[in-house]
Design a protein around this ligand. Structure first.
Ligand SMILES: [Zn+2]
Length: 452
C-alpha cells in the first residue's frame, strides 16, 4: 500500500537564483493564463492533448518555456476546466431538483491564475541529488540547498519515490518553497495488527471526542479555538467595512493587506489545530472509526437567512468554517503511517441512538442540548460522547467483517436507500443483542477534560 505525503522544503536561494526562479514562475503563470484563454475559446476544453496541440509552439517561443513545462501547462489548465465542468454539472443537477436557483458562473469567463506557482516534473524539471535540489529555469539549471522536516528528509535519503513538485512563493516572508510529494510504501494492516478500536466524533462544541470499548474517553473541547475563530471573524468584518478591496485610499489598501495576512493566519491556526488533534487520534495499531460526513451537511436543515437567531447564525458560521474534512484526511494519512487504519462508518442517527437500549429518536436530545436523555430507558450521557460511542460500536461491527472476510469497506454505501436501511438494521440488531455493549453498560463517569 502506498501513502503520499507532501514534504515542504525551504529553498536557500542566492539573490541571483531568486531572480531566475521569479522569471520562471512568472513566465509559467503567464503561460497558464494564455493557455486558459485559448482553452476557453475552445469551448472550455478539458482535454490536455487537444489544448497542447494548439498552444505548445506558442508557449515555447513566446514565453520561452522549457519543453516539459510547455507540456505541464496544458495539463494543468485542462484539469482546472475539468473541475469547473464537474461543478457546473453538479449545479445543473441541483437546479433541476429545485435545490438552488443560482446558476454556476465558473465557466462564463476564462480561468485566471494569479499566484506564483510552478509545477515541476521529477527527473525532468527538478531532481534531488546529494542534499541539493536542481531546478530547471528559463536559463539553465540551478542547484540549491534546502531545509525541511527531519522525518521527510529521511524519507528522501532512503530513496522514496518522488512525484511532481510545486514551487510555492510565500509572499509575507518572500521565501520560495518546494512542495514535494513522497510516495511511501507502507505494509498493509492485517486484522491481527489491530489491538484497539476507537470511535471519533467530531463537532463544533467538542472538536473531537474519542472513546474505546473500555470506556476510555478523551475530550478535546472547541472552546478556546472557537473563541479565536470568532475573534478572526470580528476583525475581518471590521476590515471589510473599510471599503472595497483594491480601493484607492491608504486606509483601504492597508485594510486589504491586513485581510490577506489575517486569512493566512486563520488558516494556519486551524490547520495546526487539526494536525495536533489528528496526531493524538492516530495512535499505533488502532482501528479508527470516523463518521462518513459526505452528504451530511446538505441534508441537515439549518436556517441561514435573516430569520435565523444570533445563536443559530454563529453555529452556522462555525460549522462551515471548521475543516472537519481536513481533520479526517489528516487522521487518514497519519493512521496509515502508524500501522493503523481509519474507516468511515454510517453517520445516520449517531447522536440520536441510545447506547444502552438502542432506542432511536429525536426526542432523546431534549432541545438539542448537551445532555442525551433516552426517552425509553432514561439513560443520561453527554451527547457528544453518545455520538463517539455509537461510532465506536459501528466500527467494531465492521471490524468483525475484517476478521471474518479479510475485507473492509472503507466507506459505507449510503448512495442508495437500501444500503442505508441495511446498515441501520445491522447496527440496531447487534445493539439489541447487546453483545457489543458490554463495555458501555456501566454508568458513564462524568467526562474528563483533557487536552483543551
Ligand atoms: Zn435507552
Amino acid at each position: 500500500m502506498k501513502q503520499t505525503i507532501t514534504a515542504k522544503l525551504k529553498l536557500s536561494l542566492s539573490q541571483e537564483q531568486k531572480e531566475l526562479l521569479r522569471t520562471a514562475s512568472l513566465a509559467y503563470r503567464d503561460g497558464l493564463n494564455y493557455t486558459s484563454g485559448i482553452a476557453f475559446e475552445m469551448n472550455c476544453s478539458s482535454s490536455p492533448t487537444t489544448i497542447q496541440k494548439v498552444v505548445y509552439r506558442e508557449l515555447r517561443d513566446k514565453f520561452s518555456l522549457p519543453s516539459q513545462m510547455a507540456c505541464n501547462i496544458p495539463r494543468q489548465v485542462a484539469a482546472s476546466y475539468k473541475t469547473q465542468w464537474t461543478k457546473y454539472k453538479q449545479n445543473k443537477l441541483a437546479r433541476e431538483k429545485g435545490k438552488t436557483k443560482k446558476r454556476y458562473k465558473g465557466l462564463d469567463t476564462p480561468m485566471e491564475y494569479s499566484s506564483r506557482t510552478l509545477y515541476l516534473s521529477y527527473g525532468r524539471d527538478f531532481s534531488l541529488v546529494k542534499g541539493q535540489v536542481s531546478i530547471g529555469t528559463l536559463k539553465g539549471r540551478i542547484k540549491v540547498d534546502y531545509q525541511g522536516y527531519n522525518k521527510h528528509l529521511d524519507y528522501i535519503r532512503q530513496g522514496t519515490r518522488i512525484g511532481g513538485a510545486k514551487v510555492w512563493y510565500c509572499k509575507s516572508s518572500k521565501t520560495y518553497y518546494l512542495l514535494v510529494p513522497l510516495e511511501i510504501e507502507v505494509a498493509d494492516v492485517k486484522p491481527d495488527d489491530i489491538k484497539k478500536v476507537v470511535g471519533v466524533d467530531v463537532g463544533q462544541r467538542c472538536h473531537a471526542v474519542i472513546t474505546d470499548a473500555q470506556n476510555n474517553i478523551q475530550f478535546y473541547h472547541g472552546g478556546e479555538t472557537n473563541y479565536r475563530a470568532e475573534h478572526y471573524k470580528r476583525v475581518r468584518q471590521r476590515l471589510q467595512a473599510k471599503g472595497t478591496p483594491y480601493g484607492l485610499s491608504f486606509g483601504q489598501r492597508s485594510a486589504t493587506r491586513k485581510l490577506i495576512a489575517l486569512s493566512g493566519r486563520e488558516r494556519r491556526f486551524k490547520r495546526n489545530r487539526n494536525h495536533d488533534l489528528s496526531s493524538k487520534i492516530a495512535t499505533s495499531n488502532t482501528l479508527i472509526g470516523l463518521e462518513n460526513l459526505t452528504n451530511i451537511r446538505e441534508s441537515t436543515n439549518r436556517r441561514s437567512n435573516s430569520k435565523a437567531s444570533k445563536k443559530q447564525r454563529r453555529a452556522n458560521r462555525n460549522q462551515s468554517k471548521w475543516g472537519f474534512a481536513e481533520l479526517h484526511s489528516f487522521i487518514d494519512y497519519k493512521a496509515v503511517l502508524n500501522s493503523s487504519m481509519s474507516i468511515k462508518v454510517d453517520a445516520h442517527y449517531t447522536s440520536q441512538q441510545c447506547v444502552k437500549c438502542g432506542h432511536t429518536s429525536k426526542n432523546n436530545r431534549p432541545d438539542k442540548g448537551l445532555m442525551f436523555d433516552c426517552e425509553c430507558c432514561g439513560y443520561k450521557l453527554h451527547s457528544d460522547l453518545v455520538g463517539a460511542r455509537n461510532i465506536c460500536m459501528r466500527t467494531m461491527i465492521l471490524r468483525q467483517d475484517l476478521s471474518s472476510t479479510g475485507l473492509l469497506s472503507v466507506t459505507p454505501d449510503v448512495s442508495k436507500d437500501e444500503g442505508k436501511a441495511d446498515n441501520l438494521k445491522r447496527f440496531s440488531v447487534s445493539l439489541t443483542e447487546g453483545q457489543y455493549c458490554a463495555g458501555f453498560q456501566r454508568q458513564a463517569r462524568a467526562p474528563r477534560a483533557s487536552g483543551n
